[in-house]
Structures are given as structure tokens and as C-alpha cells.
Write a protein that binds this ligand. Structure first.
Ligand SMILES: [Zn+2]
Ligand SMILES: [Zn+2]
Length: 313
């Protein structure tokens, strides 16, 4: 299975500005001077090999939206602003028609706000299934497209949009994937999803407050996962003290739980929107060091989610 990140910011889209861009350009030129780059043919290699990700790239601005793909079948997890880019990419590739399956972790705004901008929802003949365990997901989608907030009502979108209520703990077979939901600790509740296909397992667990004393049920849920996409919005100290009960976890807790449950790849997700690219680079480095310190024999691979990141398991 392949996972593609279309949006990974928590709470609201992150911004970038001229000052941030200038800082990257300055750092790139400063490094180029140090490495004495004078030939155009050296530029690509210099960018890829010498510049840190925070200088050569960007973690992106969009809120939660993750695609999990195998062959021609795709599932989408959460309809944050990344869903808009996903829809646009489909349209560009003449793939914006057919049936779409979108799973919602919970109806907080950052997880549904991309839907009014999802172009395939405006195409007659398309079928869009929106799955979730909350009773009120249908209502949340309708509310955000009321005339007060948005010019096009949900009913005016041309696609056939169906809301499907899932039950926690039950296994569903959808588009060739086996999917199970689990309730998580978050204001108003959220649900994590375990996705299995061809003996491989991915867990999408965002907006969930964990401590290192995670219940056994969650450890069982993620046990042996090939990939865990994990809410790591806060630093450990923020998660434990300043922002306790705000409903999010930390990178350190992600590592602890992954090591205990034998997870193979950990993707840090739902990043704090005020953290700039440099800060996220530093958190990733710190997290990898923490893995090496916690268990020198561990092969846990850690990534920081960014728009366009693809992880194959
Ligand atoms: Zn969120
Ligand atoms: Zn939330």
C-alpha cells in the first residue's frame, strides 16, 4: 500500500510569507557560497544533497487529508484543506470521476473544511461515500455549507453524496481494504482507523491524546503496524502540562507507543501550524535521536508528514 500526504497541519492551515521565503533563499545562497557552487550542472545535486529539507522544501500548509492507495483503489482519510489539492490533482489527470470513499476521524472544522472545494463533488454521476462513527457528521457537513458560511449548499453539489455511519470495532470491507475504527480520547471523541490489505497494516490515528500509559486496546490496535500516522502536534512538556486535556499527543509518545507495539514506520502528523519548517526539521531530528537512545537496536523509521510525502509499505 502507498500512503500519500495531501495535508498534515493541525487545527488550521499554516501560513508562509515573504520573510520565511527570504530566510530560505538566504540560507541556500549562504550554503552555495560555502560549497563554491559555480556551475549550473552542480545545482540539482547541491539542492538535494547539501540543503536541509527546511531550506530546499516545505512541510506545507493544508490541514488533514491522507490518501491510502493500492493498485487503482484509493481511500481518503479526513477532508481537511488537503482534499482540495487531491481533487485538483485528480481533475488534472482526468481521474475526477467515479466513486470516492472518504473516512472522517471527527467533525472538527480542520477535518472537514476542504470538502466544499473538492471538485469531484460537483460532477454529476460521481458517488461520494463519507464514512464516520459520529452521529452528526452529516450535520457538520451541511452546516459548513449553509448560506451564511458558503455560497453552495451540500444539496447543490451534483455528485451523489451519501453519509455512512460506521460502528467502532467492527471490520468493514470497502474497495478491497479491511477497515476497523477505534474510539480515541479527544474533545467530542475522535476515531482512529486501521487499514489492512494483502497482509499489510496502516493505522491513521490523529487528534488523540495519549500518554505513555496508553490502554492495551490501543497498543493492540497498532500492534505490528507497517505504518502508524500519529498525532504529534505538541512537544512532550506541552502535552503533559500546558495543554493537558486539549486532545493531542507528542512525538515522544508516538515513539514510545511505536516501540512497545512493534510498529515499523512512524509518520508524525497533525503538526502545530505555528511551527515553521526549521522547527519541524528539528523535531524530526530530535525524534530520530530519541528512537536511537530509547532502543539502539530499533529499526523504527520516523518521518515528518509533508505535502506530497509518499510512504510505501
Ligand atoms: Zn485536528
Ligand atoms: Zn480535533
Amino acid at each position: 500500500m502507498k500512503t500519500i500526504i495531501w495535508g498534515s497541519r493541525g487545527s488550521l492551515p499554516a501560513s508562509s510569507n515573504a520573510r520565511a521565503q527570504r530566510k530560505k533563499i538566504y540560507a541556500a545562497i549562504e550554503t552555495a557560497v560555502k560549497f563554491k557552487i559555480t556551475k549550473q550542472s552542480d545545482i540539482d545535486n547541491f539542492i538535494d544533497e547539501q540543503l536541509p529539507f527546511a531550506v530546499r522544501g516545505a512541510y506545507g500548509v493544508n490541514t488533514s487529508c491522507v490518501e491510502i492507495r493500492e493498485d487503482d483503489a484509493s481511500l481518503i482519510f479526513d477532508a481537511g484543506t488537503g482534499l482540495r489539492d487531491y481533487g485538483n490533482a485528480l481533475m488534472k489527470n482526468n481521474a475526477g470521476t467515479g466513486e470516492f470513499n472518504i473516512f472522517i476521524s471527527h467533525p472538527h472544522w480542520d477535518h472537514i473544511q476542504g470538502f466544499p472545494f473538492f471538485l469531484p463533488a460537483y460532477i454529476k454521476g460521481n458517488k461520494i461515500n463519507i464514512y464516520g462513527c459520529h452521529e452528526n457528521i452529516n450535520q457538520a457537513f451541511r452546516n459548513q455549507q449553509q448560506p451564511l458560511h458558503f455560497p453552495v449548499a451540500l444539496e447543490q453539489m451534483a455528485a451523489d453524496i451519501e453519509f455512512v455511519k460506521l460502528s467502532e470495532g467492527r471490520e468493514y470491507d470497502i474497495a478491497g481494504f479491511r477497515i476497523t475504527a477505534m474510539e480515541q480520547n479527544h474533545p467530542g471523541k475522535s476515531y482512529g482507523y486501521r487499514i489492512e490489505r494483502n497482509g499489510q497494516k496502516i493505522v491513521y490515528s490523529t487528534d488523540s491524546e495519549h500518554t505513555n500509559e496508553a490502554p492495551d486496546a490501543f497498543l493492540d490496535f497498532i500492534r505490528g503496524a507497517d505504518l502508524l500516522i500519529f498525532d504529534s502536534q505538541y512537544s512532550l512538556s506541552d502535552a503533559l502540562y500546558v495543554k493537558e486535556n486539549w486532545g493531542h499527543s507528542s512525538n515522544m509518545t508516538g515513539v514510545e507507543l511505536s516501540l512497545r507495539a512493534g510498529v515499523k514506520k512512524l509518520c508524525l502528523f497533525h503538526t502545530e501550524p505555528v511551527d515553521d519548517d526549521e522547527k519541524l526539521d528539528a523535531i524530526l531530528l530530535q525524534t530520530r535521536k530519541y528512537v536511537a537512545l530509547s532502543d539502539p537496536s530499533s529499526r523504527l523509521q520516523v518521518d515528518m508528514a509533508y505535502e506530497g510525502l509518499e510512504i510505501t509499505v
